[in-house]
Design a protein around this ligand. Structure first.
Ligand code: ADP
Ligand code: MG
Length: 306
């Protein structure tokens, strides 16, 4: 069973194509990142899954339930922390959570879970505080708790750490990791690529409403076509590249030579030997393997090259 299955999903806002035939599957239990620049369509996709926006065409299902035809079942299996913080400022934390429980038909029997949730998110002290008296970080936690009142197996967080300070961000990540450890499927969008890289197993990238890639992180990083070689030059060294290399010279500080190497065609041994022959003399070298940041930049700025 797939946690999420999306088939040729499109969304148009007038002339604007916010999503263009996006097809995507998300395995149950996975930790999935949905990345992309502002306006790529991430929130639109999430809102369609949550039943907050209607797609123009295509279909989407959560744990096998169509988000339109079987929206009740789909909604029940999904917890969404929206990007925009929306709430009634006069509600207390307790009221927010009991109301949301009620929406799913849950009453007293849910109290134990709510207690666990408010404990894990450090909200116990604030349980009778109204929303307008909470800091931004606290509000964020309440919205996370609110999304989880019905223990949804699939949890979507839309930029949960945007504008959140480093300490709270760490806490939230620990909490989210814990949820994933207990079997919840986690789908998140984030601007912090290092976080997506360290936490998520599968990475997908949307750009201009199109899905550019969706692949296991390791595969995405390894199919990336280049890496960087940095040489510390000896005085009097040549700067001339030998002919026949795929490697491209990049801007580098004085005394260094920076080369962009093609992963397959520029074997390090061969490149170094050719450089020696051409009179390039160096005292030290470093190889930089690209991370998600480089992959992301290449895929979203110059288009797919793989
Ligand atoms: P992301 O979350 O990746 O930043 P969004 O899904 O919010 O992107 O937006 C995708 C595109 O759709 C953007 O160009 C945005 O301006 C547009 N858009 C989003 N919501 C609406 C709306 N309700 N009406 C018109 N255009 C919208
Ligand atoms: Mg968004």
């Amino acid at each position: 069973m797939k946690a999420v299955e999306i088939e040729k999903l499109s969304k148009e806002y007038g002339l604007l194509q916010a999503l263009a035939e996006v097809s995507l599957t998300i395995a149950e239990g996975s930790f999935f990142a949905l990345l992309g620049p502002n306006g790529a369509g991430k929130s639109t996709l999430i809102n369609i899954l949550a039943g907050l926006t209607r797609s123009t065409s295509g279909r989407a299902a959560v744990l096998g339930f169509d988000v339109r035809r079987q929206w009740r079942q789909a909604r029940r299996r999904l917890g969404v922390v929206p990007q925009e913080l929306a709430y009634d400022p006069f509600f207390t934390v307790r009221e927010m959570l009991t109301l949301q429980s009620g929406y799913f038909g849950l009453g007293r029997e849910n109290r134990g879970w709510l207690k666990e949730l408010t404990g894990a998110l450090d909200l116990e002290d604030k349980i009778d505080t109204s929303m307008n008296h909470l800091s931004g970080g606290m509000k964020r936690r309440v919205l996370i708790a609110q999304a989880l009142v019905h223990r949804p197996p699939v949890v979507i967080l839309d930029e949960p750490t945007a504008g959140v300070d480093v300490a709270l961000r760490r806490q939230l990540w620990d909490f989210i990791r814990g949820l994933n450890g207990k079997g919840h499927t986690i789908i998140l969008t984030t601007h912090y690529l290092e976080e997506a890289e360290s936490m998520c197993e599968t990475i997908s990238i949307l750009n201009h409403g199109r899905l550019i890639v969706s692949a296991p992180k390791s595969e995405l990083l390894s199919r990336y076509s280049w890496r960087q070689l940095r040489l510390q030059l000896l005085p009097g060294s040549s700067l001339q590249l030998p002919a026949g290399l795929m490697a491209k010279k990049q801007d580098a500080p004085e005394g260094e030579l920076l080369l962009r190497l093609h992963r397959e065609q520029d074997q390090i041994g061969g490149v170094l030997a050719a450089l020696e022959q051409a009179g390039v003399r160096f005292s030290d070298l470093r190889i930089h393997e690209p991370g998600l940041t480089e992959v992301y930049t290449e895929l979203t700025e110059v288009g797919p090259d793989v």
